[in-house]
Design a protein around this ligand. Structure first.
Ligand code: NAD
Ligand code: SER
Length: 315
């Protein structure tokens, strides 16, 4: 079994992706790598390495010396955090991608997964059932970096045959680790506050619909995309992917079905502008047609699992 590395392994997606990949490939075949110097307990069943994706020489050396053939590059600043530090966000979100794309161009790596986002769309994009191919004028530094990244992935595939695959993840909802500074994070925070205080003050307004997805679906999509035959992957920028679209009000109502005393109030902040520039729902028919994508989790099931599983000790 050839070796795999997940860079940005301690984050919201990385934690669950490493566990899922280790289940398929074996613990020793999947390196978890992150800036953090200590390996979280949940990832301690397999190898962990402290790596800074911005230290290109170290990353190159580690991947070449350990004969790692598959890379999942997750390290990035997300939308809300990136707006507070745009220069650094641009650097982090772009430089790491070039390091990995170049390793593949030089044939040290066979396959790359690099995530894009619904943030590639902008205020001029049709917001309902947003098509795969449409106007894309992102208005956040995060969205601009993801849009540029998509173009570079496609370019490296077309020019150098680099097998890079990508998904435009919607907002992801999970309980194993906390989210890292996105505009969709309210849809995770709400469950912790529902458990702690039975009350939540949402930083988006009540009718702000956004595309979301339960993490189990997102991890399955990632693995299905990476395991699909090369010829099936017709899009080398990034695939649209749809899960569940809902507003804060609809999410609160679904929580109230289980916890009738739960209360929500609204205090929109700078993240409202970001959310207003993003799609409300996504057309993912290319992912379905090309590699058979179909979501499994709906709102009711997701809410039930989240209320059962979130552990307020993570806060
Ligand atoms: P996260 O913020 O939870 O995790 C990112 C991880 O990267 C952290 O553990 C962090 O320590 C690590 N990291 C940061 N700088 C690093 C560096 N210089 N070198 C090595 N590691 C570093 O993010 P996430 O939610 O897991 O997202 C992962 C990827 O998926 C990102 O590219 C993000 O843009 C994309 N994405 C996420 C979502 C979502 O809802 N979570 C949606 C769309 C796209
Ligand atoms: N969940 C991410 C964010 O809000 C979308 O890419 O930044």
């Amino acid at each position: 079994m050839s070796k795999t590395i997940v860079i940005g392994a301690c984050g919201q997606i990385g934690t669950e992706l490493v566990l899922a990949l280790r289940k398929r490939k074996g613990n020793d075949a999947v390196y978890a790598a992150d800036l953090k110097d200590e390996c979280p307990t949940v990832l301690s069943q397999g190898p962990y390495v402290q790596l800074d994706i911005l230290n290109s020489e170290n990353v190159r050396q580690f991947i070449i010396e350990n004969e790692i053939k598959e890379v999942y590059l997750l390290a990035a600043l997300l939308s809300a955090t990136a707006e507070k530090n745009p220069d650094f966000a641009w650097r982090l979100n772009m430089e790491g991608l070039f390091t990995i794309l170049d390793l593949a161009k030089e044939q040290h790596i066979d396959k790359i997964f690099w995530p894009s986002s619904i943030a590639v769309f902008g205020p001029t994009t049709p917001r309902d059932n947003t098509p795969q191919f449409t106007v894309m004028e992102p208005s956040t530094v995060y969205g601009i970096s993801k849009q540029a990244g998509e173009r570079w992935c496609e370019y490296y595939f077309n020019k150098f045959g680099v097998d890079v695959r990508s998904i435009r993840y919607p907002g992801l909802i999970s309980y194993t680790s906390l989210p890292g500074g996105g505009t969709t994070d309210y849809a995770v925070d709400i469950f912790y506050q529902a458990k702690l205080k039975n009350q939540y003050t949402c930083f988006l307004s009540e009718n702000t619909a956004l595309p979301m997805m339960f993490m189990e679906d997102a991890i399955r999509a990632t693995i299905e995309l990476m395991e699909a035959p090369k010829e099936a992957i017709k899009i080398r920028s990034a695939y649209n992917l749809a899960g569940i679209s809902f507003t804060p009000k609809e999410l609160a109502a679904a929580i109230q079905n289980i916890q009738p005393e739960f209360e929500i109030s609204y205090a929109p902040d700078f993240r409202q502008n970001i959310a207003d520039s993003w799609p409300k729902s996504i057309d993912d028919s290319y992912a379905t047609a090309n590699w058979g994508w179909k979501e499994q989790f709906g709102l009711t099931e997701m809410v039930k699992i989240m209320l059962e599983k979130v552990d307020v000790n993570l806060l």
